[in-house]
Each structure stands twice: as structure tokens, then as C-alpha cells.
Design a protein around this ligand. Structure first.
Ligand code: ADP
Length: 483
């Protein structure tokens, strides 16, 4: 079976969040199961030179965007046994950031059409096209509404994965004619129309043969108004083609036994070595070096989604205790400024590194004791899975993938791998942090909990198996499944 992944970011080339981790890890695992997965993404200026220099141009084509014909180079690179294709257009993709530009609608309209034209140009005919998030969503739609009429595309099935329903790619109605080369007929409530605009996410949902999302709990949540971002009604209609498959983590990249970024490698059998990483972390951040003071961390995009409003309202109460807290993140100015201020107020207890730094993230996962992730919603969440892998105990709110992967510790039975609370409420968060800090004092039980966390298996094997099954099932279906 030949599968094409269409995605806007992918490790190790370019990453702004968990989407890139998934796109980097899942194809490798699917390949192990015998599926030929290739990945196509934009050739961003941010891709490190060591990869750019190895790419080979396989074709040049032009792609129609409204009345214009835009240049599109198709470049190829084989990395770790996986074939990657890159859509090259410097005007669209050589920018100072991946997203957030005034013309994102145009950039990703171009990307989606370019992907479809590119596969024919290079004669790679996948059986199934698996797209991810809104940036790639118009691939599903254009394929089902337009390209399917050509023999090359006729039999292709499509899967669309929702990694985060909050970001939908919503653009003014004019985009249909100006950029997507689609007629007004597509501006209908069972097609692309969404509150008077055009939604790429909706386009993918109405046209994909199968929709997946990244955890079973999030699958149920997005069918309710609170989490559904106004698409809950459509997602309820689509219930029979919607599945939740939990993400995994790449245990070649996130593994305390073979991590080049950490001071001392360790496993569940040698957790005393984690203490070496803790002192290294405290030293690196200029915090008092003391193995008995619990170190809590957050490694995250600084946005409301991640529950930062809750953290903000009780941070003083947390920091009045004998604790250290390290934040690694970048995002909304409100939170960046707040954390800089807190660092000034509590220089011996709180440190913030405002920025994106992968090696630093690894050393924090290894050195911290607790990982705080009180999200308002969380499709899957990788932070808590990485934390578990490093024996750093997660404190989470029970939502989405956090609910599926972190089980609150039960003092009676000794079961559980972290601490959690239910309501999106700052004092519930504070209470749960305090509960974990009290538990930290009982070293024997704490060490058992750390070992339990490291021994959890959240690698990709199981999830990849489920995706493979889903692909196989789709291939046996005849015809397409459109609303
Ligand atoms: P999301 O995709 O919503 O941002 P996830 O928890 O699914 O959240 O994935 C976040 C990924 O990005 C994790 O691998 C996390 O370690 C990483 N990450 C987030 N912020 C930073 C940062 N500032 N520096 C380094 N890595 C980060």
C-alpha cells in the first residue's frame, strides 16, 4: 500500500509543535509494518542547511492560483529510509515564521494544489492520501471535488487527521475564485461555507473518506459544543467515519537511555542518575542546587489552550512553598511578560526561558521532577508522554489525550502515573500541585512512581498498527464517502 502524508511541518526538518513530531515518527513506524509512506511538505527557509544541501530537484511545474501560474519546484530527500518531497516556492515559504502571515490562505491554497499536481508530475500514485490539519485540508476537498475526475486520481482514498480543531484556516469567500479556482457552487453549508467564510478544516471534514483525531477522549469532546469550535454538529453527523487514535512518541528521540542532550543517561533501573540531571538543570538555570527541592516544569506554547490563565492566578501561591519552577516556552506576549516578571520576583525559585529550544527541552524533561500541563483542551498532548518517558511526573487536567494517558495516583491501591484534576479551575490546580508536592516528600513511594512512569509504553507501535488497520479497511471500500 502506498500512502502520501501531506503535512505543514515535520521533524527533523521543521517544527512548531506536536504535529511535527507526529509527522516525523508515524511514517517510520508504518514503514516497519510494510506500508510505503512518503511525506510531502513545504520547503521552508527554516529547514536546516544540512538537509537543504542534500535535496534533489525532481521536477519544476507551475500551479494555477486564480489567474496566475505560480512556480513550484518539487525536491526530494531520503532520510532514515523515508522519502520526503518538498514543495518549493521561496515567495510563499521563505518567511521568518511558518504561520501567521496575511496571505496564509494563499500560501496553503498553493500548497494543497501544488501537492496534487506534483504527484502526477513525478508519477507517484498513492493509494491513499493522509492529510493533517487545516493547512493540508484542501487536498482532500480538491481531490474529491475536482481531481477525482482524472484517471490518475480516480481511486485515491483520503484520510484527514484533526490535530487541533481550534485552528481551522478560515478565509473570506473571495478565496474560492481568486485562489482556489472553485466556483460559487462550493459556497454551501454542506461544502466549504462556514459562518459566511470559507473553512479549509471543514472542507477536509466533509470530503475525507475517514477522519481521525489524536485521542479517543478528544474524539468525543469535539462532538460537543464546548470543544467543537462550531463544527460539533458536523462532527456528530460524521460520527461513523470519525475515530480517535492516540499519538505516540518517537522513542529514538525521546529516550533517557540514549539521549545525547542530557547530562547522564538513565532508565527505570537507574533512576538515581536522574538526580545528576536535576543538579545540572538547577546549575544551568542558576537555581539553588538541592536535590530535595521539587522542580516543576512547563515546556509549552504559551497560549490560553495550555491552561496558563490557571497557572497565572495561583503561581504566587505555588511559589510561596519550597519549590522550583522552570518554564520553557514562547507564545502570547501576555504570558511571556508575566513569566519575566515572576522571574524577577522569585529569582531563587522561578526561571523562564522564552524561546524554542529542543536540546534544552530534553535536559529539562530529564532534570525536572514534575511536569505541569493543565490544558483547557488537549487533543493528545505529547509533553506529558515525553515527561513520563523521562520519569517526570505529569500534573494534568483531565481533558483529551491527557485524560487518556495520565491516571491520577491512588494512594490506596498504588495505581496511577501522575496527578490530575477535572474542572478547569485554578484552585483545583493548586490543590493538585500541593498534593503532588506532599507526595514528593515520601521518597520511597515517589521513586516507585517514577519507575512506573518510565516503564509506561507510549511508543508509536500500537497506534501505527491502528492506522494501518484503518488504511487497509478503507482500501477494501468501493466508492467514496462524502457528505
Ligand atoms: P502542541 O502540539 O499543542 O504544541 P504537544 O504537547 O502535542 O503540544 O507538543 C508540543 C511539543 O513541542 C513537545 O515535543 C514539546 O516538548 C515541544 N515544545 C513546546 N514548546 C517548546 C519550546 N519552547 N522549546 C522546545 N520544545 C518545545
Amino acid at each position: 500500500m502506498k500512502v502520501l502524508f501531506v503535512v505543514s511541518e515535520c521533524v527533523p526538518f521543521v517544527k512548531s509543535g506536536g504535529l511535527a513530531d507526529v509527522a516525523g515518527a508515524l511514517p517510520k513506524e508504518l514503514k516497519r509494518l510494510g506500508t510505503d509512506v512518503r511525506v510531502i511538505l513545504p520547503k521552508y527557509g527554516q529547514i536546516p542547511r544540512r538537509f537543504l544541501s542534500k535535496m534533489k530537484k525532481v521536477k519544476e511545474i507551475t500551479v494555477p492560483i486564480g489567474w496566475r501560474q505560480q512556480y513550484c519546484g518539487i525536491e526530494q530527500l531520503v532520510h532514515d529510509g523515508i522519502t520526503y518531497y518538498f514543495i518549493d516556492n521561496e515567495y510563499y515559504f521563505k518567511r521568518d515564521s511558518l504561520y501567521g502571515h496575511y496571505d496564509d490562505g494563499e500560501r496553503f491554497s498553493f500548497f494543497c494544489r501544488a501537492v496534487l499536481d506534483a504527484i502526477e508530475a513525478i508519477d507517484f500514485q498513492p493509494d491513499l492520501v493522509h492529510t493533517h490539519d487545516w493547512h493540508a485540508g484542501m487536498v482532500n476537498y480538491l481531490l474529491k471535488e475536482e481531481y477525482v475526475l482524472k484517471p490518475f486520481y480516480e481511486k485515491m482514498k483520503t484520510v484527514f487527521t484533526i490535530h487541533n480543531l481550534q485552528f481551522q484556516g478560515i478565509f473570506p469567500r473571495g478565496i474560492l475564485d481568486d485562489l482556489l479556482n472553485l466556483s460559487e457552487e462550493h459556497f454551501q453549508s454542506n461544502k466549504l461555507e462556514f459562518n459566511g467564510n470559507v473553512s479549509f478544516m471543514k472542507g477536509a471534514i466533509v470530503s475525507a473518506d475517514m477522519i481521525t483525531t489524536v485521542s479517543p477522549t478528544y474524539k468525543n469532546e469535539i462532538q460537543t459544543p464546548y470543544y467543537g469550535e462550531q463544527l460539533d454538529g458536523l462532527l456528530r453527523v460524521k460520527d461513523s467515519s470519525l475515530v480517535g487514535i492516540l499519538n505516540g512518541i518517537d522513542d529514538e528521540i525521546y529516550n533517557p537511555l540514549q539521549d545525547p542532550y542530557i547530562k547522564e543517561m538513565y532508565s527505570a533501573a537507574s533512576i538515581e542518575k536522574k538526580a545528576v540531571n536535576k543538579s545540572a538543570l538547577q546549575t544551568a538555570f542558576g537555581l539553588p542546587v538541592n536535590k530535595d527541592i521539587p522542580v516543576i516544569t512547563m515546556i509549552t506554547r504559551l497560549t490560553k489552550q495550555k491552561g496558563l490563565d490557571l497557572v497565572k492566578s495561583v503561581l504566587h501561591e505555588i511559589l510561596e512553598q519550597d519549590v522550583q519552577l522552570i518554564v520553557l516556552g514562547t507564545g502570547e506576549k501576555e504570558f511571556e511578560d508575566f513569566f519575566r516578571y515572576i522571574e524577577w520576583v522569585y529569582p531563587d525559585r522561578f526561571k523562564a526561558y522564552i524561546g524554542f529550544d529542543e536540546p534544552l527541552a530534553h535536559s529539562i524533561y530529564a532534570g525536572a521532577d514534575l511536569f505541569l500541563m493543565p490544558s483547557k483542551f488537549e487533543p493528545c498532548g505529547l509533553g506529558q508522554l515525553i515527561a513520563l518517558q523521562y520519569g517526570t511526573i505529569p500534573i494534568v487536567r483531565e481533558t483529551g489525550g491527557l485524560n487518556d494517558t495520565v491516571h491520577s495516583y491512588n494512594e490506596e491501591t498504588g495505581e496511577g502515573n501522575g496527578f490530575s484534576f477535572t474542572n478547569f479551575n485554578a484552585h483545583d490546580l493548586l490543590h493538585t500541585v500541593n498534593r503532588s508536592l506532599r507526595f514528593y516528600e515520601d521518597k520511597k513511594s515517589w521513586n516507585t512512581l517514577v519507575k512506573t512512569a518510565i516503564r509506561q509504553d507510549y511508543s508509536w507501535a500500537q497506534s501505527a498498527f491502528k492506522y494501518n488497520q484503518l488504511y487497509a479497511e478503507l482500501m477494501t471500500r468501493s466508492g467514496s464517502h462524502v457528505l
